[in-house]
Design a protein around this ligand. Sequence first.
Ligand SMILES: Cc1cc2nc3c(=O)[nH]c(=O)nc-3n(C[C@H](O)[C@H](O)[C@H](O)COP(=O)(O)O)c2cc1C
Length: 352
Amino acid sequence: MLKRLAFPLLQKLDPERAHRLTIQALSLGLGGSRTEEEDPLLATELWGCRFSNPLCIAAGFDKNAQAIAPLLSLGFGFVEVGSITPYPQPGNPRPRVFRLTEDEAVINRYGFNSDGMEAAARRLRRYRARGASGLVGINLGKNKESADAARDYALGAQKLAPYADYLVINVSSPNTPGLRALQGRQELERIVALVRAALPEDGPPLLLKIAPDQAEADLEDISAAALEGRLDGLIISNTTIQRPEGLRDAARNENGGLSGRPLRPLSTAVLKRVYRLTQGRVPLIGVGGIACSADAYEKLRAGASLLQLYTALVFQGPALVTRIKTELADHLRRDGFTRLSDAVGIDVPISG
Ligand SMILES: Cc1cc2nc3c(=O)[nH]c(=O)nc-3n(C[C@H](O)[C@H](O)[C@H](O)COP(=O)(O)O)c2cc1C
C-alpha cells in the first residue's frame, strides 16, 4: 500500500509531517512484507555478523526505534536507528526540514529530536523479545544542554549496547552547537575511552560517524584511532554544511545539513581518502547521495563494505531498495566478482 498509493501523496505534504506519517504507517504494518529471495552474491560478513545484503536505512529515518522490522521488510539488510540522546528532547523549532526537489536533496536542522534512551530501550527490548534476528545498529547523540558530551555517549552506550549489533558515536551532525568540534583529537580520545569503559568486554563493535567537511588532520587522527583498534569501523558521511555549486532549489540557503545527490561527490571523496589512510583494513560504511545502483556500486569500489541511504528514499519511494539490490548484483556479476567483498576498494590504489 505504501508503495503504490501513499507515496505520491506523502510527497505533497510538509516533509516532517510526511515523515511522521510514514513511520506510523510502517509501524502499523502498512509497508507490506518482502517476498523476493535475497541474491547470495549480495551477502557479506563483518564483525562476526552476516549481512544478507549491504544496504541499510541511514540514521535519522527511524530516530526512535519504532519501525525496525517493517524497514527490514522493505528489503534493507540492516537498520540503523537514532540518533538517540540520553534524555528526551524536542530538537529545534519548526520548520526544520526542507526538500530541495530540484536538486534531489534535503536540508535538515532537526537538532536531535529524540524520545531518549529509555523509550528506545523499551522498543528495542520488545523487538529482540520477538526473537527477531534482523541486524540493528544504534546511533548515539548527546543532549543539547549537556555539559559533558563524553558522559552522554557513555550513558547511551551502556543503556543500549545489549540491543545493538553495532554502536555509533555520532559527532558529525551540524545541528547541535559545538558537536562537530568533538571530532578533534583530544575530545574524541576522551569520548572513545569513556564509551569503551562503559561497554562490556564482549560488547558490540564501536563505530564513529564523521562529517564530509572534516579537515585532513582530523581524518588522519581518526584513521589512526581506527587502525589502533579503538574504533571498529567508520561511517562516512553525515550531511554537509557546504553548499556545492549548482544548487537550484529556493530552499538551498536554509541552515542545516545537506544530504542527497549533491552530497555524493564530497562524501565519496572522503570515503576514498579514509580507505587509503586506513589501508583498507578498517570496515567503512559508505553513505551520502546514493540514489541508484551505479552510486551504490561506486561507493563499494571506493572502499565501503556496507552502504546506507536516506534522502533518495524521500524522492523515489521504497521500490528503490529492491531496484538497487537487483542491479547491484548485476554490476558485480558483469565485472566478474563472485563475492561482494572482492569489489570493496577496488578503485582505490593503496601504496606501500
Ligand atoms: C532528515 C534527516 C535526518 C537525519 N538525522 C540524522 C541523525 O539523527 N543522526 C545521524 O547520524 N544522521 C542523520 N542524518 C544523516 C543521514 O544518516 C545520512 O548520513 C545523510 O543523510 C547522507 O545520506 P543520504 O544522502 O542518502 O541522505 C539525517 C539525514 C536526514 C535527511
